[in-house]
Ligand binder design. Structure first.
Ligand SMILES: Nc1ncnc2c1ncn2[C@@H]1O[C@H](COP(=O)(O)OP(=O)(O)OP(=O)(O)O)[C@@H](O)[C@H]1O
Ligand SMILES: [Mg+2]
Length: 278
């Protein structure tokens, strides 16, 4: 058995205010090192809440039961400063809108190097070298991009810059919450497969949060289907996609196919075997 990357066990969150709504209901999800997990389900299912719990973040107004261990550390019980340190060293979050992650007043070089310098205690030259390497990994021209400001590059390029920033700190776990909804479908597919490749290359695990089962299936080893705060189904991508157990999963697959217009099974490769060198 490979070392567990994370283990969410029986995680329940209930809002204290209002009617005491339960937003997560006994959620259990785990992954081993290097695995890619897709969290899928409709809006409000609890995908982002589950992903944020892996960062040790819970809504302040929620009563929380259950445990979340990342690399063996119980992240929900860490004090703020220890948690920030743990996160900086081990986990990177790629947010939905790349423009929201960068400071428009600073050049891309500053954006890429400041976290590395702060968390890894690197010299300016070493941080710049690593930033250039990370930009190359995501297919960008380091010399050009390092000299640019965020407004000078396209949304697609900026999304790659954000991915480069995430991998530059060499996290054990990458969390991407709808990483590309701001992009068109083709760029979205490109960004997500890029994310998977860099995760593989660095040996990082990946949690991909998306509405789109087709997108998740194209890069993830396993899928976790959520609805209304509960996990309705979990299994290998192949199982969930081709032999779904839950009626809800079947409906989700149908809905995705209807939207994408895809009927060819080749569009649903469930490819846990994408080549590692690309
Ligand atoms: N901080 C919070 N305060 C109050 N309610 C919250 C908070 N965070 C999440 N919720 C509620 O918890 C439920 C799950 O939200 P969550 O954001 O995890 O869903 P999601 O699956 O990520 O949805 P989406 O696909 O729309 O992003 C929703 O009903 C949401 O309104
Ligand atoms: Mg969400």
């Amino acid at each position: 058995m490979t070392e567990p990357l994370f283990e969410v066990e029986d995680l329940t969150m209930t809002l204290r205010a209002g009617h005491g709504k339960t937003i997560l209901r006994s959620v259990s999800v785990g992954a081993s090192a290097g695995e890619a997990i897709g969290l899928i389900g409709e809006s409000g299912a609890g995908k982002s809440t589950t992903a944020r719990a892996l960062l040790g973040m819970t809504p302040p107004e929620a009563a929380v039961h259950g445990t979340v261990r990342v690399l063996g550390t119980d992240v929900l019980s860490l004090r703020r400063s220890r948690l920030q340190r743990f996160r900086a060293e081990n986990v990177a979050l790629i947010a939905q809108d790349p423009r929201a992650s960068v400071n428009p007043m600073h050049g891309i070089e500053v954006f890429l190097t400041e976290a590395m310098r702060a968390n890894r205690n690197l010299s300016k030259a070493e941080a710049r070298r690593r930033a250039a390497e990370a930009l190359e990994q995501v297919g960008l021209d380091p010399e050009k991009v390092l000299r640019s400001y965020p407004h000078e590059v396209s949304g697609g390029m900026l999304q790659r810059v954000v991915i480069a920033a995430a991998v530059a700190v060499e996290p054990r776990l990458l969390i991407a919450d709808e990483p590309s909804t701001a992009l068109d479908v083709t760029s979205q597919a490109t960004v997500i497969s890029l994310l998977r490749r860099v995760a593989r290359r660095t040996g990082a695990g990946l949690v991909l949060v998306t509405h789109n089962i087709e997108v998740a299936a194209s890069v993830c080893d396993r899928l976790v289907v959520m609805r209304a705060g509960s996990v309705v189904e979990t299994g290998t991508t192949d199982q969930v996609l081709h032999r779904p157990l839950a009626e809800y999963t079947r409906a989700l697959i149908e809905a995705t196919r209807a939207v994408s217009g895809a009927t060819d099974r080749d569009d649903f490769p469930g490819n846990a075997t994408e080549s590692a060198h690309a």
